[in-house]
Write a protein that binds this ligand. Structure first.
Ligand SMILES: Nc1ncnc2c1ncn2[C@@H]1O[C@H](COP(=O)(O)OP(=O)(O)O)[C@@H](O)[C@H]1O
Ligand SMILES: [Mg+2]
Length: 381
């Protein structure tokens, strides 16, 4: 608390001013006071004298305490305003407190004045401190958000860089299978980069609209794998569900693997097509998959050779407390002799592991094409 207070005393009776000052001194309060009687001097005092406390009489010949309170609340709302009056009734006092007065003291009981001032000053200081802490907290929160944004941005950029490196390196690869491994790793990095991009664009930085993410990722993948995008009907039936990063990243990876598989395996080209590496088309009747089509010129022959009803559907819903992600295609179907839990291949190995990690369940339905359903609950953080 300050050593010396600046006090404005709104009072026309000199004797009352002296009594107030006497009381302050008697209680050992150090102060500088400024007595005012009219509105103009009161406003000037607020702006120039800058009081720590305002003591105001209720009625004066040319001004009044109620108007003074209104003015003070506008100009210096944080400065305690105490009525020191002889005439205020209880109802009026309550009314003034409601309007922002800090306290009221009767002139015939001035011993209450100093405790009232000290209480008001303490409250004001606490309030100022609270406000300061609140501002500091807000600044810290903003800084944290900025940092988080920056991190998401950097992680995204690094993932894109990895993806570009894989792309560059893939140009040196002669073997088609190896080339495709690179391509898939590139897509994995891209699918994660997209999640981080969504996070730094999100308003709360805590969750992203996963339905929206599904649509973008699915469209990107179809465009990557299918040369003429019209060849596959991509159907999305997704809810705009907000997911946090711990759920979004694993789920994004699962989605990436399932979509990639449907694009790669569900719709083999059944008639002749030319492969860029010179492989004869007839020998590659079932091997000429969409992944290969990216390296084939988009001739009409190729487009016509693809099943026109090819369809990949992605469904994402919340059913009671569980989420359900379904990726299905109406393609050739998952190989009957293959156990999807033990394929010994990376894609399904990843899907199995990640689903376990998010406490999910995988179901495979092969009654029409291939349908993978992942059911899980959002992770509790
Ligand atoms: N949608 C699908 N339609 C047909 N076959 C599929 C489908 N998804 C997966 N498969 C089969 O499962 C196998 C394993 O897939 P995966 O583990 O992702 O490995 P990879 O994609 O590297 O071959 C594939 O080689 C393919 O034979
Ligand atoms: Mg795969």
């Amino acid at each position: 608390m300050k050593e010396e207070f600046k006090i404005i005393i709104l009072e026309d009776v000199q004797y009352d001013v002296e009594l107030i000052e006497y009381e302050l001194r008697r209680e050992g309060i150090k102060f500088t006071s400024k007595q005012v009687e009219i509105e103009e001097d009161f406003i000037k005092g607020l702006n120039i004298f800058k009081p720590d406390v305002i003591l105001a009489d209720h009625s004066l010949p040319k001004f009044d305490g109620v108007s003074a309170l209104e003015i003070a609340k506008k100009i210096v709302p944080e400065v305690p305003f105490i009525f020191v009056s002889g005439k205020i009734g209880d109802e009026f006092a309550v009314d003034m407190l409601k309007k922002g007065a800090t306290d009221y003291v009767f002139k015939n009981n001035l011993t209450k004045l100093v405790p009232a001032i000290l209480r008001a000053i303490t409250e004001r200081d606490e309030l100022t401190e609270l406000k300061r802490s609140k501002i500091e907290l807000q600044i810290a929160l903003q800084e944290k958000e900025m940092l988080l944004k920056e991190i998401h941005h950097r992680v995204k950029n690094n993932l894109i860089m990895i993806s570009n490196l894989l792309e560059l390196q893939s140009h040196y690869i002669k073997d088609k299978t190896d080339f495709n491994f690179f391509r898939e790793s590139q897509n994995r990095a891209n699918s994660m980069a997209l999640i981080h991009e969504r996070f730094y664009q999100s308003s709360d930085l805590k969750s992203i609209d996963f339905g929206d993410y599904i649509c973008t990722l699915a469209t990107d993948l179809v465009n990557t794998y299918v040369n003429a995008s019209g060849q596959i009907n991509l159907i999305t039936d997704v809810e705009n569900i907000m997911l946090d990063i711990d759920t979004a990243i694993p789920l994004g990876l699962i989605l990436n693997e399932l979509l990639t598989n449907s694009l790669k395996y569900a719709f083999p080209v059944t008639s002749s097509c030319g492969l860029s590496d010179g492989t004869s088309a007839s020998s590659a009747a079932f091997n000429c998959r969409f992944e290969d089509l990216t390296s084939i010129s988009s001739s009409n022959t190729v487009q016509e050779s693809v099943n026109k009803n090819a369809r990949i559907t992605v469904i994402f819903h919340k059913i009671s407390d569980k989420f359900e992600l379904i990726v299905k295609d109406n393609g050739i179907g998952f190989p009957k002799d293959l156990d999807y839990k033990k394929t010994g291949t990376l894609g399904l190995e990843l899907i199995n592991r990640i689903t376990k990690q998010i406490d999910g369940i995988i179901e495979l339905d092969t009654s029409e094409g291939t349908e993978f359903k992942i059911t899980f609950k959002e992770l509790e953080i």
